[in-house]
Each structure stands twice: as C-alpha cells, then as structure tokens.
Design a protein around this ligand. Structure first.
Ligand code: APR
Length: 232
C-alpha cells in the first residue's frame, strides 16, 4: 500500500510554464482589478470583459507546456499514492501525467450554463462570447469559482488532507480561503513541506513546516529523491 502524498498547488507551479501568477510583482490581477473580472457581479455588469479575460487565459493555458515540476509530481505516482488538489484552472497537471487531480477553483477548458449549473461543457481552448448559450438557453460562463461563490470541492479536499501521510504545498501564497486553510486538516504528525520563492506569511510561524526555497521545477526533483529515500 503506497503512502498518501497530498499536494496543494497554486499559480506558482505553472509560472515556469509561462502562465502569470496573481499576486507576484507583475501578477495578472494588476492588469485587471479582481472586482472587474472574477466575481458574479462583474459578469452581470460586463459579461464581454469577463469572457474576454477568460478566453485569453484559456488560450494561454492551452499553448503552455507542463514544466519539470508538473512532470516530477507525475513521476512520484510510481512511489506514492499522489493526490493533487490544485487552485489552478489550467490542465498542466493532467498534461504533465498526473492521474489524480482535483480542481478546487474550476477549469478553464469547461464552461457551464448561467441558468443550469449542472450543464457543464468541455470547450477545450475555444473562446465563448456573449450570446453563446447552453441547451437550456442560459448564457455560457466559465466553470470557474469566482470570488464570493461557493467552493463545491472543498469537502472532498478536506477529506483528502485528513488522510495525508505527507503534505506538499507548491507555488501558492496561501492568501485565498478556503484553499489556504486545508493545511490545518493534515494530521499533526504528517510531515509538511512548502516549496516557494518566499515563505507564505500564513506559514511563517508554523515550526512543523519544512520550507524549501526556490523555483518549483528546481526544488521538486531534489525533494522527490529525498521523499523516496526517507519514506519508502
Ligand atoms: N516556483 C515556486 N513558487 C513560485 C514560483 C516558482 N517558479 N513563481 C511564483 N511562485 C510563488 C509566489 O511566490 C507565490 O507565493 O507562487 C505563489 C503565487 O501566489 P498567487 O499569485 O497568490 O497564486 P495562488 O496562491 O495560486 O492564488 C490562489 O487566488 O486569485 C485567486 O482563484 C485564484 O486560484 C487563485 C487563488
């Protein structure tokens, strides 16, 4: 029986694939005010702007390639029962070879009817525009969790974290809840590692966390060796 290795990832793991993060220096949000593009109110007020923002991100994500960090997580499946909980809406984990990926904040490649949320359509990298409707006649919108909306996958994510024998946090500023609170559900005696360029503020006084400073694609291959030596 392989040990459970649970990985929480954020925009930082896709940064080296060329996808912008949200809160780094030149983060994406600086080009757009969050209130202007990632809330239901924004979509109601200016659907064309919101759809354009996500069409651009969908295209960029489709053109991006998985990097060594994504691939290393896939390689770890040979040694551990790897479960990835990602805040990212790109599919780089899947394209990097990971087989167990839970998208906490939705997926760029999916859209859903604004009237019937259970009508979810996979559009790959195609754009959607105002006037594009689902079967039930509702305007199509990104299948993405916007600020102020419920996070339907948080319960399954908590259950996964409660079973973690080892917990990795990679490339997230841990500023957005409930995702940032998942680390609290990991058993106290399970080792926790954070890979980031800077230690997230919310983790700074948790002495149980091993902070590995650096770019995910550089640090993760070394950590893979260490995990195999130490836990197999
Ligand atoms: N390697 C490792 N970490 C990196 C790298 C890298 N190459 N580049 C950046 N980082 C780190 C940054 O230091 C930062 O801690 O990635 C983190 C990115 O943080 P954010 O931009 O806040 O992204 P994230 O934590 O994923 O945001 C969470 O906020 O806007 C919402 O829904 C959106 O899912 C997103 C959520």
């Amino acid at each position: 029986m392989k040990k459970s290795l649970v990985v929480l990832t954020g925009a930082g793991i896709s940064a080296e694939s060329g996808l912008k993060t949200f809160r780094d220096g030149n983060g994406l949000w600086e080009n757009h005010k969050v209130e202007d593009v990632a809330t239901p109110e924004a979509f109601a007020a200016n659907p064309a702007l919101v759809l354009k923002f996500y069409n651009e991100r969908r295209k960029a994500a489709a053109e991006a390639k998985p990097n060594a960090a994504h691939k290393t997580l896939a390689e770890l499946e040979e040694y551990f029962d790897v479960k990835i909980i990602t805040q990212n809406v790109d599919d780089l984990h899947e394209r990097g070879g990971s087989s167990n990926v839970l998208h906490l904040h939705g997926e760029l490649s999916k859209v859903r009817s604004d009237v019937n949320p259970s009508e979810i359509i996979d559009i790959g990298s195609k754009p959607i525009n105002v006037g594009d409707k689902g079967k039930c006649g509702g305007q199509l919108r990104p299948h993405i969790v916007w600020f102020g909306e419920a996070v339907p996958m948080i319960e399954p994510s908590i259950e996964i974290c409660e079973q973690a024998a080892i917990f990795l946090v990679i490339g997230t500023s841990l500023q957005v809840y409930p995702a940032a609170g998942l680390i609290r559900y990991v058993p106290r005696n399970s080792p926790k590692y954070i890979i980031d360029k800077v230690l997230p503020a919310s983790a700074q006084n948790d002495k149980n966390i091993v902070f590995l400073e650096g770019a995910a694609s550089v640090v993760l291959p070394d950590l893979k060796k260490k995990l195999i030596e130490e836990f197999l």
